[in-house]
Design a binder for this molecule. Structure first.
Ligand SMILES: [Fe+2]
Ligand SMILES: [Fe+2]
Length: 236
């Protein structure tokens, strides 16, 4: 595990805990700490400034408590104050604030800055990776519950009036399974592919159980569930 023992990091960790402890939509302090750990590793592989990546990762969602929409701007404002007060290198503050202000996932990187820095790329990949894999599945359902989004609406298609989509399973197809295409770095793409395979296996079993089709599955065939169950709801 990568740790950063510099005093600014300890002060910023405290700010993150104070701002986000108990947050129940998947944007709690542990999300920020995981994004920092993975982001710093990507930075080491790509030559990005690890201090900028670490500070960005820690502070990027501190404004989340006040609501999802507009949280990037809110987080950037809080980050400016926190970084000025904790001894973080002054010359790097604007780079951190710019990364935070600009983070906004949209399909095909449409929400990203037009010329992302290496630091933005390392941070954005780490943030997106935390939406994938087993942790990503847990966070996605937590987020859906907080925002009143149903687990799965198999009959519903098209668009929803809710900004959060029709159902959490729809969200897998609308965003999560597309994330590997939006990774910037090689380490990000590699880990994203592995984490997506975990989610695909989850979806296979989810559909079986949702329709109680696993009731008759014997122990022998249980190990073959993955190969017998279709992944995509469109193929069902
Ligand atoms: Fe965010
Ligand atoms: Fe995040």
């Amino acid at each position: 595990m990568i740790s950063n023992h510099s005093s600014w990091a300890q002060e910023i960790e405290l700010v993150v805990r104070q701002s986000l402890s108990g947050e129940s939509s998947g944007h709690d302090p542990s999300h920020a700490f995981r994004v920092r750990t993975v982001g710093v590793r990507i930075a080491a592989a790509t030559g990005a400034d690890s201090e900028v990546v670490a500070a960005t990762a820690l502070l990027h969602d501190v404004g989340h408590r006040k609501g999802r929409l507009g949280h990037a701007k809110q987080s950037a404002t809080l980050a400016t104050q926190a970084l000025s007060n904790c001894g973080f290198p002054e010359t790097k503050i604007s780079a951190v604030v710019a990364c935070i202000e600009q983070h906004d996932w949209k399909p095909d990187r449409a929400g990203d800055p037009p010329h992302p820095t290496r630091e933005y790329q390392a941070f954005a990949d780490a943030d997106r990776l935390d939406a994938l894999g087993a942790v990503g599945i847990a966070r996605t359902f937590a987020f859906g519950g907080v925002h009143g989004r149903p687990i799965w609406e198999p009959e519903s298609e098209g668009t929803s009036e809710s900004p959060y989509g029709i159902s959490t399973i729809h969200h897998f197809y609308e965003k999560l399974l597309r994330l590997p295409n939006d990774m910037y770095t090689e380490p990000g793409r590699r880990l994203a592919a592995h984490r997506v395979s975990v989610m695909e296996e989850f979806l296979r079993v989810f559909y079986l159980e949702w329709e109680s089709r696993d009731f008759e599955v014997t122990d022998e065939s249980r190990s073959q569930i993955g190969s017998h169950c279709e992944l995509s709801r469109n193929e069902r």
